[in-house]
Design a binder for this molecule. Structure first.
Ligand code: AMP
Ligand code: MG
Length: 435
């Protein structure tokens, strides 16, 4: 069995004490294997789930050629006939009408037309629609300029949206509103999705108190569990809250092993910074393995990644991937989004797409040390000329969670970069997406 340790040491730039963010992401990506179980759910329950199989269109959408306009359907050859007779006007007789859901079933001669509304099936002989505003109608006769439309105009073709047999949606997609509509347009009511990923999490620290408990001197309320719960729910992952675990090796070991028994991934916060790290690392090596425990990243330097087993040694019981996140509340969020998120999506069976990154001019000087990737919190806005600007939120301390609430983006400062001058361009990752 290849251990994470053996694997990781082959990755370029491997340095377990200060691993570059891109190398850490590569290691994590490699070890994130998708869950395989598939379940079929009613269409509405498919929102935000991961599609397990391609959805193949069982028919054409739309099923029939139909009109894109309110107007009159006719044979395009009538235009050529008008040109041949040197007439600049086309004159046709209205033979009937077709509404959406009420087709016209009669025959249409070259000097005839059918009143059609948007979405109405095209009468069998017709291929062109002249919009009603280009027509003058007197009784059952319409007239319009021969150059008002070209043959074939204003007709939507059968299969134009989805052709029969083509893949409407590919497996691995996280389904959103348009996908539910698309699946419904195919007449499909049940959707194959991957089972949800289960992620267990707990906080470590003797100083932590849970909500409802009195706050003893020197203690803090445990906020990380609530942030983690919310971040997991946003990814539509099953969160399993295992509470607070005290800083005792036996308690930590028991919590990790029971978490591995019931979840695909175990997330912890706290207990991985210098001093505490050695003990966590040693513990992990008894019933799991550790790939790295320190990143060239700020915030988020102390971050352990490995695998734990529910049994008493590696290879015994059930395995789960393990992320030992830092204790500081901002570092928890930054490491979750930059290191953990993509792995969770991949394990959930999704094909993660790169997060869009924009360029913005920094409003301020930003202090930055070369040799680590920094993720500062920023407020980005667009000026009247369409140019993006970003201002770092006041405190960049990894303990100040209000900086995350205030910010609307991460300012991403690459590994090699040093100080940023005011006006210099930086990468930003916006928190909000539209859909
Ligand atoms: P640690 O990594 O355990 O040394 O923790 C670093 C800092 O984060 C300390 O100030 C902790 O009190 C704080 N911290 C750790 N875990 C939590 C938590 N679950 N909620 C809020 N603050 C925490
Ligand atoms: Mg601690």
């Amino acid at each position: 069995m290849t251990t994470l340790n053996e694997f990781s040491s082959c990755v370029a730039q491997y340095d377990p004490h200060a691993l570059p963010v891109t190398a850490a992401q590569a290691i994590v990506r490699e070890w994130a294997t998708p869950v395989t179980a598939v379940e079929r759910v009613p269409l509405h329950d498919a929102l935000d789930r991961v599609l397990a199989e391609d959805i193949i269109s069982p028919g054409d959408v739309p099923a029939h050629d139909n009109s894109a306009m309110d107007g009159y359907a006719f044979r395009g050859t009538a235009l050529a006939a008008a040109a041949a007779s040197d007439s600049s006007t086309v004159e046709l007789t209205v033979a009937g009408k077709a509404l959406a859901g009420h087709p016209f079933s009669g025959a249409v001669a070259v000097n005839q037309c059918v009143r059609v509304m948007t979405g109405a099936s095209m009468p069998a002989d017709c291929d062109t629609v002249v919009p009603q505003e280009l027509v003058t109608r007197t009784g059952d006769t319409i007239r319009f300029a021969a150059d008002a439309v070209r043959g074939g105009a204003n007709r939507r073709l059968a299969g134009e949206d989805l052709a029969r047999g083509s893949a409407a949606l590919l497996a691995g997609r996280i389904m959103r509103a348009s996908d539910l509509g698309l699946i419904a347009s195919l007449g499909i009511a049940e959707v194959p999705v991957r089972r949800r990923l289960r992620v267990a999490f707990f906080s470590t620290g003797d100083e932590l108190r849970s909500l409802g408990e009195p706050l003893d001197p020197g203690c803090v309320y445990d906020s990380n569990r609530h942030t983690l719960f919310a971040m997991l729910r946003r990814l539509n992952i099953d969160p399993l809250d295992l509470g607070v675990v005290r800083d005792q090796p036996a308690a930590l070991e028991a919590a990790l092993r029971s978490a591995a028994a019931s979840a695909d991934v175990v997330l912890t916060s706290g207990g991985v910074s210098v001093g505490e790290a050695d003990f966590t690392k040693q513990l992990l090596q008894t019933f799991g393995d550790v790939a790295f425990w320190s990143l060239a990243m700020r915030p988020g330097r102390p971050l352990a990644f490995g695998r734990v087993w529910s049994g008493e040694r590696p290879g015994v019981g059930r395995p789960a991937l393990f992320f030992g996140l830092p204790g500081n509340p901002v570092a928890v969020m930054v490491t979750f989004y930059q290191i953990v998120r993509e792995a969770l999506l991949k394990m959930a069976g999704a094909t993660p797409r790169p997060v869009p990154v924009l360029q913005a001019a920094s409003r301020e000087v930003i202090r930055k040390r070369a040799g680590r990737t920094e993720f500062q919190r920023g407020v980005a806005e667009r000026d009247a000329h369409g140019q993006w600007h970003v201002t770092p939120t006041g405190s960049q301390s990894s303990g100040v969670l209000s900086s995350m609430s205030e910010a609307n983006c991460f300012i991403v400062l690459d590994h090699a970069r040093s100080d940023i001058t005011a006006g210099e361009s930086v990468d930003i990752m916006l928190f909000d997406g539209l859909i």
